[in-house]
Design a protein around this ligand. Structure first.
Ligand code: F6R
Length: 605
């Protein structure tokens, strides 16, 4: 979602800010802008669309100055237009803002002296600069005006203010959206994540919820949510972990798909010890009456797969809920149960809000996260890291398989703790899990076939994905990946559910992807596939060699996967789901890494 950069530097700020915004492109945006102070004068440039448009504008209409703020905007209030792009300005103050100001309508009414017509934009953010300018006009200092403004804001925000006449001052605040301060040599930086600040510094201070900071080249002074001046650690964030490169691949998504054998291997190093599961953090699943998994999108799908594992292996009842639904349906939260949130970014607003809703009600709040400094990781009782590294492609791939790998390990741990498996069975399962990097590597061999099939899939306007058991959520993942990056309508159904309605959609124009490893449910899946083929449905069967031999007659195409223990199949079958979507999108020529309308980290509800 939106990205923020702020600089009090030694060099011209504009090119450095454009570079920083480029590193934030992966978060998703539809307009961008920067403001600087030069010889005491505040000025700004903004452009709709890709950053190249802003860079072009800066060539024809440059912006000088060593102090500045910049922003990539993902539209919420108002369309992506220049007027709605950040930085917003009123008189002597400019601001960049991530998040949503929930009381903006009331503030707007209050500030609308001459009616509604004098507003420059449709955004909630403009109320912030108007309010701040109002306080400045009452004689307040820039810091006091910014703080008085922040006092009035309700909602979620990360903010950075820049003032006319002040080329050594940034005021920033964090409430619900992350913000980091970077420490340079006689320079200071502000960024919405470490990647923004990456090449500028490796010394960072993460603001805590409710913090405000006054930043000058001499350093940062920080106040906590209760207005007490406080100090926050300066952490060294290795520059390596902030570097984002395509590694010879055409897209980040391709690179991230191919990294999966390595990222799985990394996470197994952290979760396995010999022939036992030994996670980095302690948790007692034996003490729990039930587990509620809450997440959004692909992370929710990972949670749905985990339900199968926890129930089958550990006999622990699991419900898996969509975070935006969970929070508002007044759920029954068992005091002797745990709530586990799953989130790559650790900042997804709905997931964070759902977690906060359960805090203090459930016995334990667990999380499975990729970003260890994220709000979710910091606020839960126990955070299980997934060690996937930075994921840049908007469509989650390596984070999904690493979420699954961690969840499988935790399900095995739960099974041991609850006495559902003995040491010998645990050793057997762990032996299987250790095969994952190799098996996922072998699964990548379907890539060429996926590329060959992409022309057929790219022509379709609807595609169905079918699966049974834990392959049903994988069918959901295949459909989600395909629609988000290729813009082709795709739906997933539990194979057995098809004849209860969706089969009416089947005709020879609708490709049907059937995910069916040769397991205990295979015969059932094949019967459902036959029902589809009897209605001229064109089936792409994804199975293993014995599945292809046993049930592959009459299908349009087969992707042959390595044979694997049934518990591992959801992890392996993520690979063809990803590659089919990837190659179909490439064939269609869509923006694979930054698909339209989507953002990497969804920090608004
Ligand atoms: C889909 C995708 C999204 C995310 C969802 C949750 O490819 O990436 O559906 O899974 O927005 O995001 P996190 O995991 O950051 O909470």
């Amino acid at each position: 979602m939106c990205g923020i950069i702020g600089i009090l530097g030694d060099h011209q700020a504009a090119p450095i800010m454009v570079d920083a915004l480029k590193r934030l492109e992966y978060r998703g945006y539809d307009s961008a802008g920067i403001a600087t102070v030069q010889d005491g004068t505040l000025d700004r440039r903004r452009a709709v669309g890709k950053l190249a448009n802003l860079a072009d504008l800066l060539v024809t209409d440059p912006l000088a100055g060593r102090a500045g703020i910049g922003h990539t905007r993902w539209a919420t209030h108002g369309a992506p237009t220049v007027a709605n792009a950040h930085p917003h300005r009123a008189g002597r103050v400019a601001v960049v803002h991530n998040g949503i100001i929930e009381n903006f309508a009331a503030l707007r009414r209050e500030l609308s002296v001459g009616g509604d017509g004098d507003w420059e934009s449709q955004t909630d953010t403009e109320t912030i600069v108007r309010l701040c300018e109002h306080h400045l006009s009452q004689g307040k200092s820039p810091q006091d005006a910014a703080f008085a403004t922040i006092d009035r804001l309700e909602g979620a925000y990360a903010l950075c203010f820049l003032f006319d006449g002040e080329d050594d001052l940034l005021v920033c605040a964090r409430a619900g959206s992350p913000l980091a301060i970077g420490h340079g040599e006689g320079e200071m930086f502000v960024g919405s994540d470490a990647i923004a600040l990456g090449p500028l510094t490796d010394r960072m201070t993460y603001l805590e919820e409710g913090d405000r900071a006054v930043v000058t080249r001499a350093g940062a002074r920080i106040w906590d949510g209760r207005g007490r001046q406080t100090s926050r650690d300066v952490q060294r964030i290795p520059l390596d972990s902030q570097r984002i490169e395509k590694g010879g691949h055409r897209h980040y998504m391709a690179k991230e798909i191919h990294e999966q054998p390595q990222t799985i291997s990394d996470v197994l190093d952290a979760y396995l010890d010999g022939d036992r599961v030994a996670p980095p953090e302690a948790v007692d699943f034996a003490a729990l009456s039930r587990l509620t998994i809450v997440a959004c999108g692909t992370a929710h799908i990972a949670g749905t797969v985990a339900k199968y594992w926890f129930e089958q292996l550990a006999r622990l009842p699991v419900e898996c809920d969509i975070a935006s639904e969970y929070r508002y349906r007044d759920p029954v939260i068992a005091a002797d149960g745990a709530v586990m949130v799953v989130s790559q970014s650790g900042e997804t607003a709905d997931t964070l809000a759902a977690m906060r809703h359960a805090t203090g009600k459930a016995a334990r709040i667990l999380s499975v996260v990729n970003v260890p400094t994220s709000s979710i990781a910091r606020e839960c009782d126990v955070a299980f890291p997934i060690h996937a590294g930075v994921e840049v492609g908007v469509a989650s791939t390596k984070a999904f398989v690493n979420q699954l790998t961690v969840l499988l390990c935790l399900a095995v741990l739960a099974a041991r703790q609850r006495g559902a498996i003995d040491a010998a069975r645990e050793a057997e399962i762990v032996g299987d899990i250790r095969r994952l990097p190799g098996l996922v590597s072998q699964s990548l061999a379907v890539e060429e076939a996926c590329a060959d099939l992409s022309g057929w899939l790219a022509e379709a306007s609807d595609i169905l994905f079918l699966g049974r058991g834990a392959m049903y959520p994988l069918a959901q993942e295949g459909a989600l990946k395909l629609k988000e990056i290729s813009y082709i309508h795709a739906e997933a159904y539990a194979s057995g559910e098809l004849k209860h309605g969706p089969i009416a959609l089947v005709d020879k124009t609708v490709p049907i992807v059937v995910l069916a490893p040769h397991d205990a449910l295979f015969e059932k899946s094949i019967s459902n596939m036959q029902e589809v083929m009897a209605r001229e449905g064109q089936v792409l069967l994804v199975t293993d060699k014995s599945g292809a031999e046993a049930g592959g007659g009459g299908v349009r195409a087969t992707l042959t996967m390595p044979a694997c223990p049934p518990l591992l199949a959801p992890i392996l079958y993520a690979v063809p789901a990803q590659l089919l979507a990837y190659h179909t999108a490439v064939h269609k020529g869509t923006d694979v890494d930054q698909p339209r309308n989507l953002a990497k980290s969804v920090t608004v509800e």
